[in-house]
Write a protein that binds this ligand. Structure first.
Ligand code: DGL
Length: 273
């Protein structure tokens, strides 16, 4: 393996359409405390999950170019919608290694005793069927119930964590899963852990709700170890949260996931492609 020691001190880039990936950033801070983390949320153009593929690809490429300019060693796609575009294809034009969201397969299959699994995700992720394919590849007998939840991302980005709009969206999207009698549900959009309490309450305590953020952080560590890119320093890494709009809103939403003293905030302009 070529010696990559000179790259070990570089930051890890973390990407999302908005604030959702902060739920993954939290898991990365815990799993990789000595790494410098550089988060980028495209808050000016969120949501992505209701857009056409070509447009999402253009936006993602702009974000990847920004992270390349920042000389990151690894990019974590802290977004299922972006992961659905295909890691290999996104990786191609760039020098860093890239990790997508875990599909939570192992945890889901362990929790679903009746082999009925719900997937809550954006319309784009549901249309890609990536979770269904990953689960069926391990266990062809599994029954997967995907539910597109387009109202959740605007509610989270809009800080609307209480009220009739949220209640009715939670009811609308959990109802088909309750009717199907699923044992386990994956929060397959990184914005949804912001609503985890409400979703767990609506689904009931018999249903295991899985956030694949920790499994994703583990995939990142394994890739860094495998590539010889793990930072060997023993001091605490830095956390920088960049966004393309509404920095004060991003600060408030980040407080749901991270303690304020642990990060710096920065507005950025993306290079247009
Ligand atoms: N947080 C994202 C995901 O995991 C995308 C949400 C969106 O922009 O629609 O899918």
């Amino acid at each position: 393996m070529p010696d990559k020691k000179h790259l070990q001190d570089r930051p890890i880039g973390v990407l999302d359409s908005g604030v959702g990936g902060l739920s993954v950033l939290k898991a990365l801070v815990q799993e990789l405390p000595h790494e410098d983390l550089l988060y980028l949320g495209d808050t000016a153009r969120t949501p992505y999950g209701t857009r056409a593929e070509e447009e999402i690809r253009k936006f993602v490429e702009e974000m990847l170019c920004y992270l390349e300019e920042q000389k990151v060693k690894q990019v974590v796609l802290a977004c299922n919608t972006i992961t659905a575009l295909g890691c290999d294809r996104l990786q191609k034009a760039h020098p860093f290694v890239l990790v997508g969201m875990s599909k939570g397969e192992q945890q889901l299959l362990a929790a679903a005793k009746n082999k009925k699994i719900g997937i809550m995700a954006t319309p784009f992720t549901v249309a890609s069927a990536m979770h269904k394919k990953a689960l069926e590849a391990i266990d062809p007998a599994v029954q997967v119930y995907p539910v597109p939840c387009p109202k959740f991302v605007p509610l989270v980005e809009g800080e609307r964590f209480t009220g009739p709009e949220l209640d009715s969206a939670v009811d609308e999207y959990t109802r088909p899963l309750k009717e199907a009698g699923v044992d386990a549900v994956c929060l397959s959009c990184t914005h949804y852990p912001f609503l985890q309490k409400e979703l767990q309450a609506a689904l009931g305590s018999a249903v295991t709700v899985i956030d694949p953020a920790e499994a994703t952080a583990l995939l990142c560590r394994q890739q860094l170890e495998g590539e010889g890119l793990l930072n060997e320093k023993k001091t605490k890494g830095s956390v920088t949260v960049c966004c393309t709009a509404d920095i004060e809103r991003v600060k408030r939403l980040a407080a749901h996931m991270l303690s304020e003293r642990e990060c710096d905030f920065r507005m950025v302009t993306l290079p247009s492609k």
